[in-house]
Design a protein around this ligand. Structure first.
Ligand SMILES: Nc1nc2c(ncn2[C@@H]2O[C@H](COP(=O)(O)OP(=O)(O)OP(=O)(O)O)[C@@H](O)[C@H]2O)c(=O)[nH]1
Ligand SMILES: [Mg+2]
Length: 417
């Protein structure tokens, strides 16, 4: 309970609100009008008066009716967790695509609440909760909003289509996606592995756009690594839905690196939240087939430098996650803990995966089969070519599925460099 409110506090802070007090009530059956009991509403009124605050945040989702009657009763702006998250996303979206995705989610959220926002806007202005689609859209009617929604959906589909086309030509390198709870250190890991300057912040939802970098994992192998938007408890489903396209990149990756803040007191719950979201987002994880999931997901326990006893911690989590990797990915980690302060362990796991995902093969291409040669150049990483006895012998790192396909087509294939 306290953890949930702590997190709501961090969300409020990220959104730019200052928390002046908190309270909770165990509610067996939320009332249709206020969610809370009448007594609690009165108590809240007193607190609001005493602290002079202008905003109430709810950790639970409020129905449009509950939200609007609470606003009337309390005479201040009332937002639930969903709305706060939407607000943060709205202020953080940078790319045109992220902006469209957030706007879509906001409009979907707004639609059933249109009348409520309407009546209150004239009284309460400014502050968080009034950004994003903003007042101009609120002046329009539902029909216009519906048209906007379908417009945004269409434009987002176009962007997704364009991206899928771009990906087509890039299957040469093995790929991995960094996924995980917000603030776990996904961007920091990508920065540490690639050496690229990447935005890292001690804030929730620092990253909204996927970003891909090539990473040298040693032994002559490279990986294409993609950073993604973080998950959080009760992530609004509108947002998950509209960010689907962004997550497409991750969905098609050979591996998922599930990054966990090992130093967080409730990391286990965070892992559950992420696993559940990944299932909902249909990450090709086979539900009910744990072993298949495990092959594709590598659990990366980050922030090792903050653990009192990293070795003990790793031994313990390996009982559940046999292939768990422990990392520390911010620049100060190595100073704090020289032995556990790096990402070498993850790099070597990626190297081993790359070797398995892309074995080196010699493929004999008949002279004149330009199509096969072109396909190899497109879908595999060609290391060398030589003409021997009327065939072109191509040495390449080839994906396992492609090897099978070549063999079935009667092409001469030999594994080994
Ligand atoms: N001590 C310590 N801090 C870390 C480590 N990795 C990341 N951090 C810090 O954790 C915070 C969040 O890091 P990010 O890399 O932005 O996290 P993220 O998972 O990309 O977060 P979102 O983009 O918000 O989902 C930053 O303040 C980092 O400096 C680590 O290994 N050790
Ligand atoms: Mg990030």
């Amino acid at each position: 309970m306290d953890d949930h409110l702590d997190e709501l506090g961090r969300l409020a802070d990220t959104a730019g609100a200052e928390v002046v007090g908190r309270t909770h009530q165990r509610v067996e059956a939320p009332t249709p009008a206020f969610y809370l009991g009448q007594g609690k509403v009165e108590e809240l009124k007193g607190v609001l008066h005493d602290t002079g605050s202008t905003l109430v945040l709810f950790d639970e989702a409020l129905s449009p009716v509950q939200g609007s009657s609470l606003e009337k009763a309390l005479a201040v702006r009332v937002m639930d967790r969903t709305e706060v998250i939407l607000d943060i996303f709205a202020t953080r979206a940078r790319s045109a695509e992220a902006k469209m995705q957030v706007e879509l989610a906001q409009l979907e959220y707004l639609l059933p609440r249109l009348t409520r926002m309407w009546t209150h806007l004239s009284r309460i202005r400014g502050g968080i909760g009034l950004r994003g689609p903003g007042e101009t859209q609120l002046e329009t009617d539902r029909r216009v909003i519906r048209r906007k929604i379908s417009n945004l959906k269409r434009r987002l589909e176009e962007v997704a289509h364009h991206r899928a086309n771009q990906r087509q030509g890039r299957r040469d390198l093995p790929s991995a996606a960094l996924v995980g709870y917000t603030n776990a250190g996904k961007s920091s890991l990508l920065r540490a592995l690639s050496g690229a300057e990447i935005l890292v912040e001690d804030r929730l939802f620092a990253t909204l756009d996927t970003l891909t970098r090539e990473v040298d994992v040693g032994g002559g192998y490279r990986f294409r690594l993609t950073d993604t938007v973080g998950f959080i408890r009760k992530l609004p489903h509108h947002l998950v839905a509209s960010f689907r396209a962004t997550l497409e990149e991750a969905r098609e990756a050979d591996l998922l690196l599930h990054v966990i803040d090992a130093s967080h007191p409730t990391w286990e719950e965070q892992v559950d939240v992420v696993d559940r979201e990944l299932r909902i987002a249909d990450f090709g994880l086979r539900i009910g087939n744990e072993s298949a999931d495990r092959q594709r997901v590598i659990y990366v326990f980050n922030k090792a430098d903050l653990l009192p006893e990293p070795d003990v911690f790793l031994a313990r989590v390996r009982e559940h996650y046999p292939h768990a990797v422990l990392t520390a990915s911010n620049p100060q980690s190595a100073i704090r803990n020289p032995r556990w302060g790096g990402v070498d362990g993850l790099r070597s796991v990626l190297r081993t995966s790359a070797q398995a995902l892309r074995p080196i093969a010699r493929i004999r291409v008949p002279l004149g089969d330009g199509k096969l040669l072109a396909a190899l150049h497109r879908d595999s990483e060609v290391l060398g070519e030589a003409q021997v006895d009327g065939v072109v012998e191509v040495t390449a790192r080839v994906q396992a599925w492609l090897l099978g396909k070549l063999r079935r087509a009667g092409v001469g294939v030999e594994i080994g460099g």
